[in-house]
Design a protein around this ligand. Structure first.
Ligand SMILES: [Fe+2]
Ligand SMILES: [Fe+2]
Length: 167
């Protein structure tokens, strides 16, 4: 983004900028998940992170498809929000000793990530429809559905066993 000139002039520009934000975020999540897989103890949680890593790689691919459909260059823009969420997850994980408590902390961090993604996709889908790009909206919707499912799975894991074992 230019400092002296405002680069976002239209809704189309804002849409592409926000796509680049989530594209950057998804790529950061691909990098962060292996560490979370390694740290998780509860088998269901480890497995859940593993599955979502595969889905997240697919989210990156779907976004690349959206860029292509729009005739836009595939590139990310820095997203300090996701960097902050991931950094906080790292910090907290580094401070927890007990394995069950660590799992609870990992779930809380992962849900913050999922909710960030959900808010971005919710906005992008609404804007895509507004701009008459239902083709892009339906791809983005597929990503959103998987984020929602991942979030629900995390809630079930937390409520089912992890938080109780940690308490
Ligand atoms: Fe994602
Ligand atoms: Fe996700």
């Amino acid at each position: 983004m230019g400092f002296f000139t405002k680069d976002i002039k239209t809704m189309d520009d804002l849409f592409v900028h926000t796509l680049r934000d989530i594209y950057y975020a998804e790529n950061q999540i691909v990098k962060a998940l292996p560490d979370m897989i390694e740290k998780a103890t509860t088998p269901g949680l480890k497995q859940g992170f593993q599955t979502h890593l595969g889905e997240t790689k697919n989210h990156v691919k779907r976004l690349e498809q959206v860029f292509k459909m729009l005739g836009q260059e595939i590139e990310g823009v820095d997203c300090p929000a996701i960097d902050g969420i991931i950094e906080e997850a790292d910090d907290i994980a580094g401070e927890v000793d007990d394995k069950n408590v660590l799992d609870a902390a990992l779930i809380a961090a992962a849900q913050a990530v999922e909710h960030y993604e959900m808010t971005r996709y919710g906005t992008l889908i609404a804007w895509a429809k507004l701009l008459g790009r239902t083709d892009c909206a339906s791809l983005l919707q597929q990503n959103l559905e998987e984020e929602k499912a991942a979030d629900t799975k995390l809630t079930k894991l937390a409520e089912g066993q992890v938080n109780r074992k940690a308490a």
